[in-house]
Design a protein around this ligand. Structure first.
Ligand code: FE2
Ligand code: FE2
Ligand code: FE2
Length: 422
């Protein structure tokens, strides 16, 4: 299946930017502004190929992808950040395992480390790390004090210890050439390198984004792949056409994108949510719509945001009825439920095949989900689920490898004094 038909190269950065803006209100536009500053520095430097500029632009955009813990975000946006290892290590591992940027991932591991502690690192990676470090600090500085001279003074003070001298010089040249502060104040219109990604490249970034969201809760690590594979399996079993299968697959892939905006404490809550928390949880659908609107085909957006609607009008967000919901919407809704039933959640264990079918059948009898689709699922359950599990296995293996490495690296970096955060 071709991703190019779903999201094109020029929209993928917008999709990533919009998604990142929901991580935390304190980080809105932070990634985009840092990427912008880094891009301007690369332009002025002149030594980066077009392909490198594109990759490093993405790297800078995603530099805080490891930040999902509220306490650490507090630190990152404070000017003298200290506890920076968790998001640096998680971001580094995530980008090494799950993105097309693995060769640059070390630059993220050290993006808060002082220049004079980077001696062991490959010089090119150290330099990229410094670009991001400097741009990151400039952004945080300007949030507190939007003044170009003051930032220059700050950088001059830290030339040679926190920041490599030539990187600071390069930033000063960039400031001469571009009115960076003026550009910084208009994050909606900032410049980016021309993005030319193949369909494969687009799909790698899309998958990466989805993993970033699913991995926020250990219970949902494979929820999206499971939902999209179940949707595809069901659509095929129903004998739907190729275009419908394509739409269903991508709607399922994007259906929970909005969970990026839901606090981890709610996603991981080990019990029944309070009314207030439940209301927040439900907003993930609206967030999904806000992120996707205008970037992917309206048909795909529509099905993606209808996965919690029920045939009897008892679903959310719009309490739609059977007559409003097309077969694509109904397939994705059932696949989503099935994935949640078969997996463990913070509030429940994983259910067996029998219990899953029992619950789905009851829902169908109560008029909430389609009895026809439920029956097809029941008849072909083993085949469909076997294929789904096969697709999930490599991700689970990689994920557990990543978690193990995370614990090891965290213990290692927390216990040493060589790398002081810059
Ligand atoms: Fe950071
Ligand atoms: Fe940052
Ligand atoms: Fe959902």
């Amino acid at each position: 299946m071709h991703t190019a038909a779903v999201i094109n190269s020029s929209n993928i950065t917008e999709l990533i930017q919009r998604t990142l803006n929901y991580v935390d209100p304190r980080l809105v536009h932070h990634g985009s502004r840092v990427a912008h500053l880094v891009y301007r520095m690369m332009e002025v430097d002149g030594g980066f190929s077009a392909e490198e500029q594109q990759d490093i632009y993405f790297l800078a955009l995603l530099h805080d992808i490891g930040a999902y813990k509220t306490e650490e975000i507090n630190e990152m946006v404070s000017f003298e950040a200290h506890d920076i290892w968790e998001h640096s290590i998680y971001g580094y591992l995530f980008l090494s395992y799950f993105s097309p940027l693995s060769r640059y991932a070390e630059a993220i591991l050290f993006h808060h480390v002082a220049a004079n502690a980077l001696g062991q690192l490959d010089p090119h990676i150290a330099r990229i790390s410094q670009f991001i470090n400097l741009a990151d600090r400039v952004d945080i500085f300007w949030v507190h004090k939007p003044d170009a001279d003051a930032v220059k003074q700050y950088l001059r003070k830290h030339m040679g210890d926190r920041f490599q001298c030539d990187v600071v010089e390069l930033f000063f040249h960039t400031l001469q050439k571009y009115d960076l502060l003026e550009e910084w104040q208009h994050p909606q219109q900032i410049a980016q390198p021309p993005i030319t990604l193949s369909a494969k490249g687009c799909s790698q970034y899309l998958d990466m984004l989805i993993f970033a969201i699913d991995f926020r809760s250990t219970h949902t690590v494979t929820h999206t792949i499971m939902t999209s594979q179940l949707s595809k399996g069901l659509a095929k079993a129903l004998g739907l056409g190729e275009e419908q299968i394509h739409d269903i697959y991508y709607s399922a892939l994007l259906h929970d994108l909005g969970k990026i905006g839901i606090p981890v404490e709610i996603l991981e809550y080990p019990g029944k949510l309070s009314n207030q928390a439940w209301n927040i949880m439900q907003t993930h659908v609206q967030i999904t719509e806000d992120i996707l609107k205008g970037l992917v085909h309206p048909r795909i957006v529509q099905t993606a945001i209808r996965h919690h609607e029920k045939l009897d009008g008892s679903g959310y967000p719009n309490a739609l009825k059977e007559s409003d919901l097309c077969i694509e919407d109904q397939v994705v809704a059932i696949a989503d439920m099935t994935s949640a039933l078969l997996g463990s959640r913070s509030y429940k264990a994983a259910y067996s095949k029998e219990k899953t079918i029992e619950i789905l059948t009851k829902q169908a009898e109560d008029g909430k989900i389609s009895p026809q689709i439920t029956e097809v699922l029941q008849c072909q359950f083993d085949e469909i689920v076997a294929e789904v599990k096969e697709k999930c296995l490599p991700v689970l293996t990689q994920y557990s490898g990543m978690r193990k490495e995370y614990d090891e690296k965290l213990a290692m970096f927390m216990n040493q004094k060589i790398y002081q955060p810059a």
